[in-house]
Design a protein around this ligand. Sequence first.
Ligand SMILES: [Zn+2]
Length: 345
Amino acid sequence: MDIKKVKEELLNDMNDVKDLKELEELKIKYLSKKGLITELNQNIKNIENSEKKEYGMKVNELKNSFINFYDEKKKYFDELILNAKLKNEEVDISLPATKILTGAPNILEKIVEEIEELLISMGYDVVDGPEIEEDKFNFELLNIPKGHPARDAQDTFYIEGEDILLRSQTSPVQARVMLSNNGKNPIRMICPGKTYRRDDDDATHSHQFMQIEGLLVDKEVSLSDLKGTIDIIVKRLFGDKIQTRFRPSYYQFTEPSVEVDISCFNCDGAGCNICKHSGWITVAGAGIVHPNVLRDCGYDPNIWTGFAFGFGAERLAMLKYGIQDIRTFYMTDLREVKSFDREEI
Ligand SMILES: [Zn+2]
């Protein structure tokens, strides 16, 4: 093949090249080891000596013109590809953003934290205890001996025999703290935590629920100290206008025992569905610690007195957030969980 023919073919090919792939194919066709221009170069040995110089120059010229063409075209195609890519990846900043869902505190935790924060500021300790408990701490030390009918009210999950159980209340933590103090030091503590009872599964009962119990042991503690403390807690949770009232009640580990009512935060006492038209809502049980409990837990009832109170965290949350079914706290339905978070968003 002579220079003229290769040149003609090259010019045609250069006119036809449409993309980077074709350009690279041309490079192979002309400049590779067996490429047409390479072959022309190798053919120089067959050229007459007198014509070698001119032949060499022409082949070089051809080669250079192709290399120039190749470089320019490659640059052009590369830019084309880059621009297409950029256009494809363009960010439209006017588009609405995807909403990022964030977690929010569980409202039971929020209630507990609110009470914890308040009581810590009043000098209380927050104490934890085992959920798998001994009968001794859950019942006996709390003035509920074996066979006592008061046990029936707390239908308990027993794990091993009659001695190991899932705690039916958080009061055993109080017994543990009193015993560990050897009857010497005053106590101010709360023990929020999960408790378990074989309660019927209905809208207001769950087999697992959360208590927030408090205990204060000191000298000359009176019912009015208890009332003042409860008053501060419910005002923090439901507002400054809330009134507190005590009604006589019965618990085995307190004497006297009271049920704590608050004036209805919804109707200010006028009567509505939440307070069942009574103007009052029961929120806690409380009382003065029974002398038997003090004595059994190592405190001399002639020297020490104390009060105890217990809130149900779910009940407080249901009231505060208008939730109808206690079981929704422990379900995994995200729609429910999100509805709880409405105050957060
Ligand atoms: Zn009401």
